[in-house]
Design a protein around this ligand. Structure first.
Ligand code: F6R
Length: 369
């Protein structure tokens, strides 16, 4: 049932191109327009939405953090993302024009369920992004957009995460489409890129041997830091979470711009720091800033592990290890940048003799608050 792989996690990492393609299937028509009639929220209502609030836990929360960038950019609707476990305790401001998106692989996470119940009591519309047909969260939501990752068995979420991203991009692009923002042309272009992205994920998977080798060489380390900016920041958080849960290592993700406000004090000789570098095309300011961050940490002894787009030569002098990913539009980069981090964590866990599919103290679905 592991299809020849040693672990479900490895199988599920390998299934990501298909999971991504399946989640897109039937949702983009031949003309490149998005059709999400299946969510059954009337277009008139979507045009009225004046705030989006995303609630989720763990890895699904990281998908939500990335979704915020996409939603705000393509729709110009303000979007908040909140840990489901914190949400209802702060008495959030919600009404009929608020669209709440509850993201959950299992559809059974108790905190997410309680958050969506609270949102509905306040009159908000709830859209579930969920991987499990007929589970509690979609049943209790107003609408659902299913991710088509197939069953995810390993406790650490991989393919579900990528499909959550795809689903969130679809929602963001769809909202942009029905509301007609000034980004119409960009939306068209991104839809085209999105429909090709599963091949890019496949290409990343084909080049993972050096990442595994690197992971094995770091098996005796205690700490790994992750840095990113913009959508690379949640990717850094996700990379750190994977490492905590699988390798039981101290791992932290930071927004690279925060370095000088504290975390840079952690940098010491030979400390591995993974840096997610945004595309040098497009929003190049971000790129330049992160290149200086890499220089700063390297000058203080960090061992830099740089994830950068193919063809980006500016990072080469500052990368102790360079992991290449295909060029994508900035907002879609998490779909390719996360994959090496999953492989990295999985291989480190194996090298440290940990149980990959069933990390200690964790359960696949957290049905208590
Ligand atoms: C991490 C992981 C967890 C889940 C979280 C939410 O790899 O799997 O952080 O993402 O427990 O679970 P769902 O998506 O089922 O609500």
């Amino acid at each position: 049932e592991k299809g020849g792989y040693d672990y479900f996690m490895l199988k599920e990492i390998a299934e990501q191109p298909k999971a991504v393609a399946d989640t897109l299937l039937g949702r983009i028509d031949a003309s490149g327009a998005l059709s999400l009639d299946e969510v059954r929220i009337p277009v008139a209502e979507l045009r009225e939405v004046d705030k989006v609030v995303i609630v989720a836990c763990g890895t699904a929360f990281h998908a939500g953090l990335i979704a915020k960038y996409a939603i705000e950019h393509w729709t110009r609707i303000p979007c908040e993302v909140e840990l489901a476990s914190e949400f209802r305790y702060r008495d959030p401001i919600l009404d009929a024009r608020t669209l709440v998106i509850a993201i959950s692989q299992s559809g059974e996470t108790m905190d997410t369920l309680m958050a969506l119940r609270h949102a509905r009591e306040q009159g908000a519309r709830v859209l579930a992004v969920c991987n499990t047909n007929g589970s509690t969260i979609p049943r209790e939501s107003d609408a659902v957009l299913y991710t088509h990752a197939g069953p995810e068995v390993a406790v650490a979420s991989t393919k579900a995460f990528l499909t959550q991203l795809v689903a969130c991009y679809l929602v963001a692009l769809y909202l942009g489409q029905v509301r007609g923002t000034k980004w119409g042309d960009e939306i068209q272009a991104v839809v085209r890129d999105l429909s090709r992205i599963s091949c890019e994920v496949e290409r990343v998977l084909e080049t993972m041997e050096p990442v595994r080798e690197l992971a094995r060489s770091l098996a005796s380390k205690n700490t790994v830091l992750f840095l990113g900016r913009h959508v690379g920041y949640p990717v850094a958080l996700e990379g750190a979470l994977k490492l905590k849960e699988l390798a039981y290592m101290h791992a932290e993700g930071f927004a690279a711009g925060e370095l000088k406000h504290g975390p840079i004090a952690l940098i010491e000789e030979d400390l591995p720091v993974v840096v997610v570098v945004p595309s040098p095309r497009g929003r190049s300011v971000l790129h330049d800033k992160i290149v200086s961050n890499i220089q700063e940490i390297r000058a203080r002894g960090a061992r830099t592990i740089v994830i950068a787009e193919e063809g980006d030569e500016t990072v080469v002098p500052y990368a102790d290890h360079l992991i290449r990913i295909p060029a994508t539009p900035t907002l879609l980069q998490p779909l390719v940048a996360t994959v090496p981090l999953q492989v990295f964590a999985c291989e480190l866990a194996t090298a440290r003799g940990n149980e990959v599919d069933q990390p200690r103290n964790l359960a696949k679905s957290v049905t208590v608050e």
